[in-house]
Design a protein around this ligand. Structure first.
Ligand SMILES: *Cc1c(COP(=O)(O)O)cnc(C)c1O
Length: 377
């Protein structure tokens, strides 16, 4: 028997009190008891999104809300801009392609954030662009984009800004209204400390105008249908009742701590993880690292896939490897949501042991875990 430690950037471990809520009796969804929970989830989500807008809840993992965002705000043949700094940026491009939306793609090298100047130039050069799609935090590379600057740029054009904050929300600073973000989507299983299965989307008034002109066929995740039932404390279809009960508890915990303190904690964890990576003798993949996970480059020729497998098999510690072109070349350690500084100590200890078992010479044994512990206050 081995204790299991989940340190991946989604899904993430969840607090026992959040898990327990999902074991409560099933509520019918057309009752005042359910509406009370649903309304409380609404308030909690608005707080975490830092918005006055409604937050639509869609049953499905984060990608469901990404697809719904494309389906609800664009039409076939529309010209849009996708800013891709990794695998999840490519997902926006694939979704646009699936819907016959004509996407121009800005691609940055692995580890680089989107250059806001390139966004400004593309919008200037092509005023027909109706929407800009990008990630808040690109989970495949551990990069945070400068949403505040890009939000300002896009707000001065007719285009809307659509943000995938699936891994960033509830960890990395995000201010939807203040930063002029028009559509923000997220999921339950990362910073929101809830089991996988729920996704969310919030729209600004400008975002809702785009919904009015969208011509794609849709039904289950039609934003207008979902919005219409919010004042009644309901969803149009049977919701994942137990997941919402859990999410309500997780949101209560975030509110109790305050979102500013949650962001601050994540910043501290990121700094500690970055120091841990350096203590192992590795460098960061990202030149603009995010607060919710850390991606580290492995030495040339090192078998990253084997490292991940061995950590799990030998020590029960689950971290993530690289995706697509980064497969085998990096490891990614999450520090989002319920993951805390002691978990980072576990992660770095398992990393160091496994690296040592694989013949890698650790520059200063024990130092990485000590650096991780600096996240403790
Ligand atoms: C996890 C993640 C997704 C995908 O979410 P699913 O819940 O697997 O559908 C999309 N974008 C980012 C940035 C993510 O981290």
């Amino acid at each position: 028997m081995k204790k299991y430690h989940l340190l991946t950037p989604g899904p993430t471990p969840i607090p026992p009190n959040v898990a327990a809520k999902s074991a409560e009796p099933i509520l019918h969804h057309r009752t005042k008891e359910f509406s009370a929970i649903f309304n409380s989830v609404q308030e909690g989500l608005k707080y975490v999104f830092q918005t006055k807008n409604d937050v639509l809840v869609i049953m499905g993992s984060g990608t469901a809300a990404m697809e719904a965002a494309v389906a609800n705000t664009t039409s076939a043949g529309d010209k849009v801009l996708v800013c891709s700094v990794g695998s999840f940026g490519e997902r926006w491009a694939k979704l646009c392609q699936a819907y016959g939306v004509d996407a121009e793609v800005i691609r940055e090298e692995s580890g680089m954030p989107v250059n806001p100047q390139k966004v400004q130039d593309a919008l200037k050069k092509n005023p027909a662009i109706k929407a800009v799609f990008l990630q808040h935090t690109e989970t495949s590379a551990g990069t945070v984009n400068d949403l505040k600057t890009i939000g300002k740029i896009v707000s001065e054009t007719p285009a809307i800004l659509v943000v995938d904050a699936i891994s960033g929300l509830g960890g990395e600073e995000l201010r939807m209204d203040e930063w002029n973000l028009d559509v923000v989507v997220s999921g339950s299983q990362k910073g929101l400390m809830t089991a996988p299965g729920l996704s969310m989307a919030s729209l600004s008034p400008k975002g809702w105008k785009a919904v009015e002109t969208s011509k794609h066929p849709k039904f289950y995740w039609d934003f207008k249908r979902i919005k219409k039932s919010i004042p009644d404390g309901e969803t149009p279809w049977t919701p994942a009742v137990t997941l919402l009960q859990s999410l309500n508890e997780a949101l209560r915990m975030i509110k109790e701590e305050t979102i500013e303190k949650v962001w601050e904690k994540h910043r501290r964890m990121a700094k500690a993880a970055q120091a841990g990576v350096k203590a192992l003798g590795f460098s960061l993949l990202s030149s603009q690292p995010c607060s919710v996970l850390t991606a580290a480059k492995l030495p040339e020729g090192f078998d990253g896939g084997l490292l991940i497998k061995k950590m799990l098999n030998d020590y029960g510690v689950s971290v993530a490897g690289g995706q697509d072109n980064l497969k085998g070349k990096i490891f990614r350690l999450a520090h989002m949501g319920y993951i805390d500084a002691f978990d980072l100590v576990v992660g770095f200890t398992a990393l160091e042991k496994t690296l040592g078992n694989m013949g890698y010479k650790i520059p200063a044994p024990g130092k990485a875990a000590m650096e991780a512990a600096t996240a403790l206050v």
